[in-house]
Design a protein around this ligand. Structure first.
Ligand SMILES: Nc1nc2c(c(=O)[nH]1)N[C@H]1C(S)=C(S)[C@@H](COP(=O)(O)OP(=O)(O)OC[C@H]3O[C@@H](n4cnc5c(=O)[nH]c(N)nc54)[C@H](O)[C@@H]3O)O[C@H]1N2
Ligand SMILES: Nc1nc2c(c(=O)[nH]1)N[C@H]1C(S)=C(S)[C@@H](COP(=O)(O)OP(=O)(O)OC[C@H]3O[C@@H](n4cnc5c(=O)[nH]c(N)nc54)[C@H](O)[C@@H]3O)O[C@H]1N2
Ligand SMILES: [Mo]
Length: 761
């Protein structure tokens, strides 16, 4: 039974990277760019004078390096620089109702949008419209709202600093702080949790710190797919003989071993470098338990060491000088039982003690984490426990040590820095008011979940999307799709057709914009934008490719035009800022003092690093101390009964969020399909199922992901995994982390049953 071959499923034996990566790049170039590939784009990626890769937010060695190869960066670029186009003829030949039945892959695969579009209910088609008419139509709808708070201004994290700054200025001048953004679905527990603990909502390490680290912990992130350039960094750590400890429910090839395509030796000898020195398959949602277990083991070992006349294992000087809350943490750990820790984590006490020993044996430790930590009902608590662990040994604000959240979109961190937030601080608003002579609203606005709730109950009527695919990225498509269809205005500023653009409201406009790779001329002069990576490095990005159509406009110019049309009496010099982006940067500098000398500093290769006070042991908290914070999340049962499994949602190797490049997930051994769910063989057997069976996944409130194929996989017991966005039907939008608002995409209680059999299991 379980030995029967299953179509498109076979374990992958190669390393991450290697020849498989080269082959995938060749295929991406061939598929997207046809016979005359403008491979120049690939060579200019992340070069001092080129454009920033629209893939991940992992930094570059000073942005001055020689070409660094990355398979998924190449996919992101070729997908944007494709020679395929959405033409007026295509749109006339396919109604929106028909396109709606297409897959996410097929929709984007039509190619780049080439002209502004309006939905025409009479023909049920998207029809070309002039820029002037589109902008005037949007402005009229915004002006017709009863209140500015009825509009939602969504940002996806590809938007440049300049576009994001103009966007927030416009929405605030219009009168609202409704800024749902993709960060609300992503690293919000970092943005909310870290400031309370260490006074800044960003990572504290730089790329150079990895050269000095004595151990690296990788918790809940999948770099082989989502931050592939990080593999080069991890490989160097491994080659220096330093431990890399992994905490992840699934075996991920990109954390196990890597063959850099730049290394002739490893490529030609088919060798690879091992990455993880130890790999712990924690149960989905079990990280708090593991982290508490490690700290408990550390405290016990510290006590023993002191008893033997040793100096102890905690950094008592650091704890005394820099922190508060240590006693509360110790009390909480003393009250946490090992049996609970083992039960919740699925790991043995011995394994957790082993991780703890690796931790205290290392002088300098970096802890990296991604969505496996943040996207839980207790995502913020997860982040706090990672910080607690680091603080206990002073692993913060010293060389080779610190916290390293793996950010998502390439400029999601920068967008936040320049004002995309629904909970703006007063000093920022005061400076914004002064710089522009406006009175920004003080009332806090909507995050992503509250936006969906407001659209669903009809209290919000309009949605503008600066990039992204909000309705598909959010949980609960059942609610999101109906909510969008009930709106007065849906505006999508995007590069490719997606489902959020097909959710037609009373008035629907699709505005095609330039991508990162394309040259942005204003009045004949080439403009640069800026972005901030995961490590707070800000640098310029300049596209060189000929735009996909001469009708495309930059995000900055589209937003400024909407602003001018909506606010005809505005005294803000929208036109001047569009004409020369240096003027936008001058204003950013006026509002955010950390950007002093902005225009000068981005002209030096590599750009500059924004200050991160915690990396100098300066704690921007009310009392100037770093805080041990904890609440007892171990008691929380995540709504699961005995026998319930917990489903996490994942990205395949061939996707960028809701953008599905292809149907392969090479490292997990899946080819040509996405309709699979990964399950531990013993859980399969317990459910009376076999590898290859067609099953339904059933979540609370009768949510069903129907007809997926069960794949026996090395995943922690009690945990299953399915692909995002398909699995979003299983997740209720009210299921989110109360502290940060991030949906709990990665802990959905589910049952399994044979497909299409109602009333079982
Ligand atoms: N090519 C590519 N690059 C990307 C993206 C993309 O889609 N494609 N997306 C970008 C964006 S916006 C983001 S946010 C990042 C996402 O980057 P990641 O954070 O790496 O994203 P995910 O695929 O969601 O999965 C994270 C990992 O968490 C593990 N995991 C799941 N549940 C748990 C848990 O309970 N505990 C622990 N410890 N681990 C768990 C999964 O097995 C998986 O290995 O990548 C960015 N870069
Ligand atoms: N179940 C589940 N759901 C999740 C997640 C998960 O792990 N599990 N992850 C969440 C996370 S971390 C995130 S960040 C969100 C992602 O949510 P979003 O950021 O909203 O989604 P994307 O899929 O990245 O957006 C893709 C669209 O962006 C447009 N686009 C591409 N490039 C550009 C550009 O340069 N400019 C503009 N204006 N538009 C562009 C294209 O038209 C494309 O269709 O999804 C979240 N949803
Ligand atoms: Mo993200």
């Amino acid at each position: 039974m379980s030995n029967e071959p299953v179509e498109g499923v076979a374990p992958y034996s190669g390393p991450a990277g290697g020849w498989g990566a080269l082959a995938a790049v060749a295929k991406a170039v061939r598929n997207e760019m046809g016979t005359s590939p403008d491979t120049r784009a690939l060579m200019e990626m992340n070069q001092p004078d080129g454009f920033d890769c629209p893939g991940c937010a992992w930094p570059d060695p000073k942005h001055t390096s020689s070409f660094e190869f990355c398979e998924n960066g190449a996919k992101a670029v070729t997908w944007e620089a494709t020679s395929k186009r959405v033409t007026a003829e295509f749109l006339a030949g396919h109604t929106v109702s028909e396109l709606w039945t297409w897959s996410d892959h097929d929709l984007e695969n039509v190619g780049r949008l080439t002209e502004p579009l309006r939905y025409d209910p009479a023909t049920d088609c998207m029809v070309p419209v002039s820029w002037e008419e589109a902008i005037a139509g949007i402005a009229a709808q915004l002006q017709a709202l009863d209140h500015p708070d009825q509009a939602e201004f969504y940002t996806s994290g590809r938007a440049s600093n300049e576009a994001a700054f103009i966007y927030q200025l416009f929405a605030r001048a219009f009168g609202t702080n409704n800024f749902p953004d993709c960060s609300n679905m992503c690293h919000e527990p970092t943005s909310v949790g870290l400031p309370q603990s260490i006074g800044v909502g960003k990572g504290t390490v730089t790329l150079e710190d990895f050269d000095a680290a004595d151990a690296v912990f990788c918790i809940g992130h999948n770099p082989g797919t989502n931050h592939p350039r990080m593999l080069t960094t991890l490989r160097e750590v491994s080659l220096r003989g330093k431990p890399i400890v992994v905490l992840n429910p699934l075996k991920e090839r990109g954390l196990e071993r890597f063959a850099p395509p730049q290394s002739p030796v490893e490529m030609l000898t088919l060798q690879s470098t091992p990455l993880a020195s130890s790999y712990h398959q924690v149960k989905v949602g079990g990280d708090v338990a593991v982290l508490k277990g490690m700290m408990k083991a550390l405290l016990a070992a510290d006590t023993a060491d002191l008893g033997n006349g040793g100096p102890g294992l905690l950094d008592r000087v650091f704890i005394g000088e820099h922190t508060v809350g240590f006693e509360d943490l110790v009390a909480d750990l003393n009250g946490t039982e090992w049996t609970d820790i083992e039960h919740r984590s699925g790991l043995t006490r011995a394994a957790i003690e082993g991780m703890a020993e690796t931790y205290w044996s290392a002088e300098r430790v970096i802890a990296c984490y991604g969505m496996g930590i943040t996207q839980h009902r207790h995502g913020t608590e997860n982040v706090r426990q990672v910080v607690n662990l680091l603080l206990l040994r002073g692993n913060m604000g010293k060389e080779g040590a610190g916290i390293c959240p793996l950010r998502g979109h390439s400029n999601v961190q920068g967008d936040r820095t320049v004002g995309i937030t629904e909970i703006p601080a007063e000093p920022f608003l005061a400076r914004l008011d002064k710089a522009f002579g406006i009175q920004a609203p003080r009332k806090h606005g909507h995050n992503a979940v509250r936006t969906l709730a407001a659209l669903a109950d009809g209290s919000s009527r309009a949605f503008i999307g600066l990039g992204g695919n909000f309705a598909v990225a959010m949980p609960d498509p059942q609610v999101a799709f109906a909510a969008f269809r009930g709106m007065d205005l849906n505006v999508q500023i995007i590069t490719k057709l997606n489902r959020s653009a097909l959710l037609t409201a009373k008035h629907t406009y699709v505005l095609p914009c330039l991508g990162r790779t394309e040259r942005d001329l204003q009045g004949g002069v080439a403009q640069s934008v800026t972005v901030e990576d995961s490590m707070s490095m800000v640098h310029a990005s300049r596209g060189r490719l000929k735009p996909a159509s001469d009708q495309l406009r930059s995000e900055v110019s589209i937003l400024a035009a909407i602003a001018r049309a909506t606010l005809p009496d505005s005294t803000i010099d929208w036109e001047g800022m569009v004409a020369d982006y240096d003027r936008i940067r001058d204003k950013i500098e006026e509002v955010f003092p950390d950007f002093a000398d902005f225009n000068a500093r981005i002209r030096t290769p590599g750009g500059f690093r924004l200050p991160v006070p915690a990396s100098e042991r300066k704690w921007n908290t009310p009392d100037g101390k770093a805080h041990f914070l904890t609440s007892s999340a171990l008691d929380e049962d995540d709504g699961r009964d005995e026998g319930t499994l917990v489903c996490t949602t994942l990205r395949s190797h061939d996707q960028y969020n809701t953008t599905i490049y292809g149907l392969n997930d090479r490292y997990r051994g899946v080819t040509g399909r996405r309709d699979v769910v990964f399950i531990h063989p013993d859980d399969l057997a317990d459910a009376g199922l076999a590898h290859g069976d067609c099953i339904d996944i059933v979540a609370q409130e009768d949510r069903v992901l129907a007809g997926v194929t069960a794949v026996s996989y090395p995943i922690a017991r009690g945990s299953v995994a399915a692909y995002y966005p398909e699995a979003n039907v299983l997740i209720g939008y009210k299921d989110y982390d109360r502290a940060s608002g991030v949906p709990s995409y990665k802990s959905v209680p589910v049952r399994l049953r044979p497909a299409a059999q109602v009333g079982q299991g």
